[in-house]
Ligand binder design. Structure first.
Ligand SMILES: O=C[C@H](O)COP(=O)(O)O
Length: 255
């Protein structure tokens, strides 16, 4: 069984110019302490990937894309492939974020192709799953998460559990200021782990990192990270300021 290292990820979405991104990373790397139980991921817009890659100097900091295409190359105007992301130094790629699902109408089939492409060409996909508010209120959270997980991971080799990261992002908590309570997050995370255990076995399931995303801020990070199955965070808004993201990375240890 591989020991899980927590992953604190910044998803900058469509924010920051190249110079803003480079300045941020330079300052963040200087100000954040080093912890042997956690890693940091920066997912800037495509335009800033190369510049941020050159700026990243710490071994505990990694680079990620926010999206990818499933083919290696071809006539796909506006798209970026997994090998291209690898070429600029990415280790991770976010796949199936709710903004991609809802604004850009990506379905589970497309998301699965992207997950498989990422694993095939050596990036770790961060597969995002999560229910909408009306689905939660209708008591369908587990059903939705289970379905997205099953379809997103179809025919994906989880290897020892390190080839994929799952992010639970309840849609009603993204950018709304309304965070899931630590108990709500833990309930779904533990459900995800159980489900992975059923499909891939206990050892692999216990090695997969499950991140929480949705209005994570300095004021709620410590409580969220105390939950047993919360292995990190996918942070949007609060990752755009150095001081707030530094505080999130430096969450208080469990126990
Ligand atoms: O990828 C990040 C999530 O969409 C969360 O965004 P947020 O922290 O702004 O709510």
């Amino acid at each position: 069984m591989v020991r899980r290292k927590n992953l604190i990820a910044a998803n900058w979405k469509m924010h920051k110019t190249v110079s803003e991104a480079v300045g941020f990373v330079r300052e963040l790397q200087k100000s954040v302490g080093t912890f042997d139980d956690r890693e940091v991921l920066i997912a800037p817009p495509f335009t800033a990937l190369l510049a941020v890659s050159k700026e990243l100097s710490r071994e505990d900091f990694f680079l990620g894309g926010q999206n990818c295409h499933w083919e290696e190359k071809g006539a796909y105007t506006g798209e970026v492939s997994v090998p291209m992301l690898k070429d600029v130094g990415c280790r991770y790629v976010i796949v199936g974020h709710s903004e991609r699902r809802h604004i850009f109408k990506e379905d589970d089939e497309v998301i699965n192709k992207k997950v498989r492409a990422a694993v095939k060409w050596g990036l770790v996909p961060i597969l995002c799953v999560g229910e909408m508010l009306e689905e939660r209120e209708a008591g369908k959270t587990f059903e939705i998460v289970s379905d997205q997980l099953e379809k997103g991971l179809k025919d994906v080799d989880l290897l020892d559990g390190r080839s994929v990261v799952i992010a639970y992002e309840p849609v009603w908590a993204i950018g709304t200021g309304r965070t899931a309570t630590p108990e709500q997050a833990q309930e779904v995370h533990s459900f995800i782990r159980e489900k992975l255990s059923g499909s891939y076995g206990k050892d692999i399931a216990h090695s997969v990192r499950i991140l929480y995303g949705g209005s994570v801020k300095p004021s709620n990070v410590d409580d969220l990270m105390k939950e047993e199955d919360v292995d990190g965070l996918l942070v949007g808004g609060a990752s755009l300021e150095v001081e707030s993201f530094r505080r999130i990375i430096e969450y208080q240890q469990k126990g």
